[in-house]
Design a protein around this ligand. Structure first.
Ligand code: FES
Length: 898
């Protein structure tokens, strides 16, 4: 058939059943993204004869004789040279973070007529964004420009635009799968995974003869092909922090969705067909799904055969890790209390739902090195783990990330690279594995479901005398992040309060369900929901205002903030509390007899860096053209590190942002980087960049001084020159010069977040409407206010979904029963209120240029602030998330029978 794509006549022969999305990508139009392949997310939106369509639902043959426009051709539709006005608007407002949704979002927005732009909630209902919280997108469509023009030096504190912006709005940005099968990727093979449909079983035999005989199948991998070595899919600076309980392919199945076999074939369809031909003979084993039951005598032990080398705390009782810590005397603290509040709080299983699913492409490079292009937050740690697993020296493995389409902790995990690496080594050919959205939901990782019992003691005037927590984590079938989430979750939620007597106990427990993993907040969102809800309950019992109760008990700048290497480098909690209280002030609106209105708040603290070391390295080189090449290990996945690093370097070198080009997240570029997790992109990797830039600035002044015969102090860098008095030397004349900066993540500081809501609850239906959302954030010096505001808005939006309706539901056998965006609803444009964001005015003495982290933490106080507002409105206390309308309705009916 014939069609015209972006003005180019094309002859194509679509396969039976092929959709337009895959056809366009096969033709090389990589701006057309895959987010769901079900018409739910809109990342694949293109225009067919001028009308926007979801190309994943559009049969390719229907495009015969049509004019198809993708994001790459949008600008050509505009008579003016340059970008299409909507592309320019997204650039000016920076209406993106990771940018994976942006092409589809721009294509939909570009097709809107004037009347539709006034109702974006309807007009954009078919396009999902997981990063931004939609405010920046609304600004873009409204034509609000936020970004500052580039300027030499002084870049810190300005809304410098993301360097990748032009590539993102034109579809030129390259994500993991955006690469043609040519050059080293010629002959690319496709992998599909056969997944278990039983929760617990031993594989007696696998008959793959029919699959292997299918034309086009190159290899079928089973546990017999996999290394015996155990590892953890979690990635941390110290690999021994996690338990080794996982095999690439394991003869024991421990959850529905676990890998059974991998088929590698000439195309996806053959690989999928071959999976269906594999016969597996299982010996069923008893399964357990409840963490309390899993610890009981006689419960099936999921990893009972593992020895001490796996570092599992108690394999016989399914306890992966346990924790006990106590300061002061908790019993005495409760004895001294006038009021004791005790209750249990439950947080549910969540999916990260980054729009780019997990995936990797592997091959052997010209030197025979195993090379992985992967959607990862941790290329260096993944390289190290792969090398160990495959028995290769580290310099024989390269892992790099292209632009990453969102992560939220989900990509601090080696979920695909191991099996792709194995297939490359077995076949000697390039191999690609890309998760479907269903696999993303049902076979990757989730937030830890957590039950937290809280006991608080206080004097009549509101002073805390004792805090006690008991945490129970359902870590699922494997212990990836089970240890870290337990320990991190137990920390800052109680360290925020200056109570003398504290005790925390916790256990992470195996069950035959989907593995839990790292998720934004890393355990704190669940424990902060519990503690901040409990404090609100205590405040109501004492008749004390919730803000006043916090002010009475929170740590002060002179207090100790928890771990030995944590210091309060700056303190803006008081400003955050004041700002949120002021933002909620005023009379409550009256919405009619069916609506109850109320307000609630919650506070949160987070250490700015994970404990026990986090290494960043930056290499900065001056070129003969007077430009700077900056190589850093940390990954850009929508967190804005590329922009921040450019700003930090530009500040130290008094350079224009345009003078700095950045290469990131490639094990060939720098020696080591722990990875882009724990909100470290600015405070660790950024500190390394600051040190490299300061060192290079000194080298430049020294070299210029020697050349001009003046002392280095007499030389000043100004853009692409060095000036000393009347003398002026082009920077490029001093090239090459190179400096390396390193940071090791210690000491650490703390960041603060306070969230407030005003809500209306419909007494007859349980519907919750957010009337006001106010967020106070202490991020130290805010290097890029627009980006940082976006992190807060995105975090709050994601947390609103988590608090109100998101839930990865499991059936009775531990299978995920809602593995799609239609079944697992994430916030759409219409669901997210505008959040008023306030930044405290502080300068951190530890962070680079006074900055602190602000990626994960805005998520953490949202659920308790909503629960507290709902209680204030209705008198109903919700102690389990999500607060769905039907659940709230049952409580409302109990309270006030119809
Ligand atoms: Fe929208 Fe990342 S920017 S999904």
């Amino acid at each position: 058939m014939r069609l015209v794509v972006n003005g180019h006549p094309v002859e194509a022969a679509p396969r039976p059943g092929q959709c337009l999305r895959t056809l366009l990508r096969e033709l090389g139009w990589f701006g057309v993204k895959k987010g769901c392949d079900a018409g739910d997310c809109g990342a694949c939106t293109v225009h067919v004869d001028g009308a926007p369509v979801h190309s994943c639902l559009y049969p390719a043959f229907r495009a015969e004789d049509a004019a198809v426009t993708t994001i790459e051709g949008l600008a050509d539709l505009d008579p003016e040279p340059g970008l299409h006005p909507m592309q320019q608007a997204f650039l000016d407002a920076q209406g993106f973070q990771c940018g994976f949704c942006t092409a589809g979002m721009v294509m939909t927005a570009a097709a809107l007529d004037q009347s539709q732009t006034h109702d974006l909630a309807s007009a954009l209902k078919g396009n999902l964004c997981r990063c931004t919280g939609y405010r920046a997108i609304a600004d873009a469509v409204a034509g609000v420009a936020h970004c500052h023009a580039d300027a030499a030096g002084g870049a810190v504190g300005r809304n410098v635009p993301a360097p990748a912006g032009p590539a993102i709005v034109t579809g030129a940005a390259r994500y993991t799968m955006d690469v043609a099968p040519e050059g080293e990727l010629a002959g690319l093979l496709h992998m599909k995974i056969l997944r278990a449909e039983v929760p617990h079983a031993r594989i007696r035999a696998i008959d793959a003869a029919a699959a292997r005989a299918l034309p086009g199948v190159v290899a079928v991998l089973t546990y017999e092909d996999a290394p015996e070595r155990l590892f953890s899919t979690a990635r941390h600076h110290h690999a021994t922090d996690d338990v080794d309980d996982t095999r690439v392919l394991d003869p024991v199945i421990r959850h529905i969705g676990q890998r059974v076999a991998a088929v590698v074939a000439e195309n996806e369809a053959v690989a999928e067909a071959a999976c269906a031909l594999i016969r597996v003979d299982y010996e069923p084993l008893p399964a357990v799904f409840d963490p309390e039951a899993a610890m009981e005598e006689g419960a099936p032990a999921l990893h009972g055969e593992k020895g001490a080398e796996s570092r599992i705390a108690d394999p016989a009782r399914n306890i992966v890790a346990r924790l006990h810590s106590e300061t002061g005397n908790v019993a005495a603290g409760f004895a001294a209390a006038d009021v004791i509040h005790e209750a249990s709080y439950q947080s549910q299983r969540l999916q990260h739902a980054h729009l780019e699913t997990h995936g990797a492409i592997g091959w052997l490079d010209g030197d025979g090195r195993l090379t992985l292009r992967s959607s990862t937050q941790t290329p260096f740690l993944t390289r190290d783990a792969l090398a160990d697993l495959m028995g290769l020296p580290r310099d024989k493995v390269r892992v790099f990330a292209a632009r990453v389409g969102g992560g939220f902790g989900g990509k601090q995990e080696m979920l695909v690279e191991d099996i792709v690496g194995l297939a490359v080594l077995k076949t000697g050919r390039p191999v690609k594995l890309e998760y479907t959205r269903a696999e993303q939901f049902a076979a990757s990782t989730s937030r830890h479901p957590m039950r937290v019992k809280v006991k608080l003691g206080a004097t009549r005037d509101g002073r805390l005398t004792a805090i006690q927590l008991d945490m129970l984590l359902n870590t699922g079938a494997y212990g990836n992040h089970a240890v870290g989430v337990l320990f991190h979750g137990a920390g800052e939620c109680v360290a925020l309060y200056r109570c003398p007597n504290k005790r925390v106990d916790g256990r992470s427990v195996y069950t035959n369900s989907l593995p839990s993993g790292a998720f934004r907040g890393y355990g704190l969102s669940q424990t902060i929901f519990a503690v901040e809800s409990a404090l609100d309950e205590l405040a109501h019992r004492l008749g004390i205002d919730p803000f006043a109760l916090r002010r009475l008990n929170v740590i002060t700048p002179d207090d100790h903030a928890g771990h030995d290497d944590v210091e309060i480098g700056s303190y803006g909690l008081d400003q955050c509390l004041d700002a949120v209280e002021a933002g909620l002030r005023g009379p409550l609106p009256a919405l009619g007899p069916d609506w109850a209105v109320g307000r609630g708040m919650a506070a949160a603290m987070i250490d700015t860096i994970p404990p026990r070391g986090h290494v960043g390295q930056t290499r900065l080189r001056l070129t003969a053209e007077g430009r700077y090449e900056l190589a850093t290990g940390t990954a850009e996945f929508g967190n804005g590190t590329t922009t921040v690093h450019a700003q930090i370097a530009a500040g130290a070198l008094n350079a224009a942002i345009a003078q700095i080009s950045i290469r990131q997240s490639d094990t060939d570029h720098v020696t080591h980087d722990t990875g882009a997790y724990g909100s470290t992109g600015t405070v660790v990797a950024g500190a390394a960049t600051q040190r490299a830039a300061e060192a290079l600035a000194l080298m430049i002044r020294q070299a210029a001084g020697a050349r001009l015969g003046v002392p280095p102090e007499a030389c000043r860098i100004a853009g692409d020159d060095v000036i000393a008095g009347e003398a002026r030397l082009p920077l490029g004349d001093l090239a090459p010069l190179e400096a390396v900066g390193e940071a090791n993540g210690t000491p650490r500081s703390v960041a603060f977040n306070v969230q407030g809501f005003e809500v209306a609850v419909n007494r007859r239906t349980g519907e919750i409407r957010i009337l006001r959302s106010v967020h106070g954030a202490d991020a130290g010096t805010v290097i890029n206010p627009l980006q940082c505001r976006g992190q807060v808005e995105g975090g709050v939006a994601q947390a609103i979904g988590a608090a109100l309706y998101e839930e990865l539901r499991m059936d009775g056998q531990g299978a995920v029963s809602n593995p799609s965006f239609r079944g697992y609803h994430i916030p759409a444009f219409a669901d997210v209120p505008v959040t008023q964001v306030f930044f405290a005015d502080t300068h951190d003495r530890i962070g680079p240029l006074g900055a602190k982290s602000m990626s994960e933490s805005p998520f953490n106080p949202v659920a308790p602030a909503l629960a507290n507002a709902i209680f204030d409105a209705t008198g109903v206390r919700l102690r389990a998330t999500p607060f769905t309308a039907d659940r709230l309705y049952t409580f409302l009916i109990e309270k006030e029978p119809a």
